[in-house]
Design a protein around this ligand. Structure first.
Ligand code: SF4
Ligand code: SF4
Ligand code: FES
Length: 240
């Protein structure tokens, strides 16, 4: 069954005095995703509509948008499942806007530097090798597809431009936990400040929108526990 759905789409081009919304009507069936609808609009109605995507199956992390006010991967959100006659589509928040639905992810990626978090992951080692004992503890953090949905949903990132953000701190926690990184002090030092793990208000907005079940807020809580434990040991003069 096909239904006519109206999309209210955020529009902005460099130099525009202010953003606005355009409305488009698209016939959608039960398989039409929001990403496909946006591509249909660009193909049939407005070739200037800018968006990002690649894989179409929740793997590349490039198609993040706010759909009816919630951060989502647009390639896996079926339009008719939303149940609304009008669907509002906006770019991610807390990242610089480039055009329409496209944000600049540079600052997001720059938080993952080789000095703090390794690029090579345990899962990229020899696939024929036996998984190391205890690997289950790390898989949630290795599932991150770096989509930025968590950063967009984070209210602290909206008020503190220097906030390290949930995804990067989840990766920092993995660096602390993974034995290959020694004691993880570099990552702990990086998050131990007013723009790091102590700034988080632990309301789990980031974990709620994460499409890969990474649970960054839990990682941030673990970082706090680790830092608090280290401070207590220092206070009592206990060396580890
Ligand atoms: S739990 Fe922390 S990192 Fe996650 S959204 Fe809330 S403030 Fe941001
Ligand atoms: S932690 Fe989740 S929401 Fe955040 S970038 Fe990684 S996959 Fe996306
Ligand atoms: S297009 Fe790759 S995650 Fe959606």
């Amino acid at each position: 069954m096909t239904k006519e759905i109206t999309f209210k789409v955020f529009r902005y081009k460099q130099g525009d005095p202010a953003p606005h919304y355009d409305r488009f009507t698209v016939p959608c069936d039960e398989n039409t995703t929001v990403l496909i609808a946006m591509q249909d609009i660009r193909r049939d109605q407005d070739p200037t509509l800018m968006l990002r995507h690649s894989c179409h199956h929740a793997s590349c992390g490039t198609c993040g948008m706010r759909i009816n006010g919630k951060e989502e991967l647009s390639c896996v959100v079926k339009v008719l499942d939303l149940g609304t006659p009008t669907v509002t589509v906006e770019p991610l928040e807390n990242l610089p806007l480039i055009s329409d639905l496209v944000v600049d992810m540079t600052g997001f990626y720059q938080r993952y530097t080789a000095a703090r978090m390794p690029y090579i992951r345990q899962s990229e080692f020899n696939p024929g090798a036996e998984p190391p004992e205890g690997i289950d503890r790390y898989t949630r953090y290795e599932n991150c597809i770096e989509c930025g949905l968590c950063l967009s949903a984070c209210p602290v990132a909206g008020s503190d431009a220097e906030y390290l953000g949930p995804a990067a701190m989840a990766a920092a926690w993995r660096a602390v936990e993974e034995p290959r990184n020694g004691d993880g002090k570099h990552a702990l030092n990086w998050v131990d400040n007013e723009h790091g793990c102590w700034r988080c208000h632990i309301a789990f907005e980031c974990s709620e929108v994460c499409p890969s079940n990474v649970d960054p807020a839990a990682g941030i809580m673990n970082l706090r526990r680790k830092l608090t434990g280290s401070s207590l040991l220092r206070l009592f003069g206990i060396k580890r």
